[in-house]
Write a protein that binds this ligand. Structure first.
Ligand code: AMP
Ligand code: FES
Ligand code: ZN
Ligand code: ZN
Length: 318
């Protein structure tokens, strides 16, 4: 990596270069830039209030630990939620990082285990449904995040999605013109019956920046990517956008931020259609358009399936 020279703000030696801002920063002024970007996102899209009771979904990775840390620093009240997905060592180590961070800051971390509470894990669910692991994983996480926030009276659910994540999903959705997904791809989804407000305060920061935040702040995060996600399309889209960004710094941010500003308002009608009254799941009471929600159907299929070891699925997908 190119080693930058002087901080744009104070002229002391820099620790990071940010071509998109056409500048280098020392540790202190880099942290300040991150705080400013998060504050700007919160104010620009009215993401959070200081009265909000916030639940941060923490995976033990850089983004979710950085967003929890940033929100606490900015004076918000925020607890953490960790979901144990049962992906072998990866899950064990990710839980350790989430717990260690909570302990170090004296923060409250709620833990839910898929195997312990619902009788299945992600490798088994992937086999049982014969779909990619990320599909059962995403469905399980979304359901459990919403349920934990609603049942425990939190007013906002925060995730650590960063600019790279959002731009990559946007590229995927645009390549297929997934209009309904595009309409929902916002940094703020307001609360509605049975769903908490959902907020992504890191969408103005790249993953390189959230990683640097953790390093400078001394936060020990899980560096490994999920072994079951190796080779998925999302990662290809990230690499494609990085290649474009290298040629033309700032493209990633303008692709996503201009989408939110200029394109998403044109799709607002689709979002409204999507919000038509939903019924409630006959088994768990969650909002659903069917009789039994997708999560309860997954639990039925996955918990009845013979347990699948992680390695088999992982090797098969590499
Ligand atoms: P991913 O779905 O892995 O791209 O992660 C997106 C966001 O979901 C992360 O930034 C976290 O906020 C949250 N998240 C992912 N995995 C977990 C987990 N096991 N427990 C709690 N939150 C998670
Ligand atoms: Fe969900 Fe890997 S974290 S499949
Ligand atoms: Zn400086
Ligand atoms: Zn249900």
């Amino acid at each position: 990596m190119h080693v930058p020279s002087k901080c744009r703000v104070c002229r002391e030696p820099a620790i990071i270069d940010l071509p998109r801002h056409n500048a280098n920063f020392c540790a202190e002024h880099f942290l300040e830039l991150c705080r400013r970007q998060v504050t700007k996102a919160i104010e620009q899209w009215k993401l959070l209030d200081h009265d909000d009771r916030i639940l941060v979904a923490v995976s033990g990775g850089k983004d979710s630990l950085a967003v929890w840390d940033l929100l606490i620093e900015l004076g918000y009240r925020a607890d953490g939620l960790y979901v144990g997905l049962g992906i072998g060592d990866y899950s064990d180590v990710s839980a350790d990082h989430a717990r260690a961070f909570a302990r170090s800051r004296d923060l409250h971390l709620i833990e839910i285990s898929l195997r312990g509470e619902y009788g299945y894990d992600i490798p088994t669910a992937a086999k049982a449904t014969r779909r990619v692991p990320c599909s059962a994983c995403g469905l399980s996480k979304r359901h459990l995040f919403d349920k934990a926030a609603i049942d425990r009276g939190y007013t906002a659910l925060v995730t650590g999605h960063n600019l790279d994540d959002e731009a990559a999903v946007l590229l995927g959705n645009t390549l297929r013109w997934e209009i309904d997904y595009l309409a929902r791809q916002l940094p703020l989804l307001p609360a509605r019956d049975g769903f908490p407000k959902k907020v992504k305060p890191l969408v103005r920061l790249t993953e390189r920046e959230t990683a640097a935040w953790c390093v400078v702040r001394g936060i020990d995060y899980l560096v490994d990517e999920c072994p079951m996600a190796v080779g998925n399309k999302h990662l290809h889209h990230k690499a494609t956008l990085n290649a474009i960004e290298a040629e033309s710094p700032g493209s990633k941010a303008s692709f996503y931020l201009n989408f939110v500003e200029r394109m998403a308002p044109l799709l607002a009608g689709r979002l409204a259609d999507d919000r038509e009254a939903l019924g409630t799941c006959a088994e768990c009471g969650a909002p659903t358009s069917g009789e039994v929600c997708a999560f309860c159907r997954l639990v039925t299929v996955a918990s009845a399936h013979e347990r699948v070891p992680v390695e088999l699925v992982t090797r098969g997908r590499r």
